[in-house]
Ligand binder design. Structure first.
Ligand SMILES: [Fe+2]
Ligand SMILES: [Fe+2]
Length: 169
């Protein structure tokens, strides 16, 4: 993908990506990457497909960026407190991410649906929109790549790092 594509993706997600709380996700490990890397990968590939299929790409980027915005280390948390059944991370984190996202950003209905439905079928309500299905599927694909330790897109992370460091001066 070209640098122009990265630029366009960044322009759509900048408000969220550069938020200090969003950046703090770099300290949480998620599968084999950080939570930050995971979320920007999901958002970027969802954006590429949304662009190709002429879906609402701005909402896809924002919803996907925030889909796992639960802000805790789920592996450490899981070991500390034994959670059972429906209280397990897999069932609850979409709602936690949605609550955190609403606290810090303004979201439209589509963006909310993307966040709340990204764990379907673990969360029983199915996505209402094509965009939410898209993010749901891309999330599963990225997660599989992470589990199998496959390289995803280090160029995208380097691009975002460069943007971030030029912001801190
Ligand atoms: Fe998730
Ligand atoms: Fe995810």
């Amino acid at each position: 993908m070209s640098e122009a594509h990265f630029e366009r993706f960044y322009a759509l997600g900048k408000e969220i990506i550069e938020h200090p709380l969003y950046q703090s996700q770099k300290s949480f490990i998620h599968h084999t990457h950080t939570l930050f890397d995971h979320a920007v990968y999901v958002a970027y590939y969802s954006y590429c497909l949304a662009h190709k299929w002429k879906l609402k790409e701005a909402s896809v980027v924002r919803g996907a960026l925030l889909h796992d915005f639960f802000l805790y280390d789920w592996r450490a948390d899981g070991k500390r407190i034994k959670k059972r059944g429906l209280k397990k991370h897999g069932f609850t984190h979409a709602r936690t991410a949605h609550r955190n996202a609403l606290e810090h950003f303004e979201l439209n209905r589509l963006e909310e649906d993307i966040i709340l439905k990204h764990m379907f079928p673990l969360n029983l309500k199915p996505p209402k929109h094509k965009e939410s299905w898209l993010v749901n599927l891309v999330d599963s694909w990225v997660t599989l790549r992470e589990y199998h330790k496959k390289p995803i897109n280090p160029q995208l992370l380097a691009f975002l790092d460069k943007k971030n460091s030029s912001h801190s001066f």
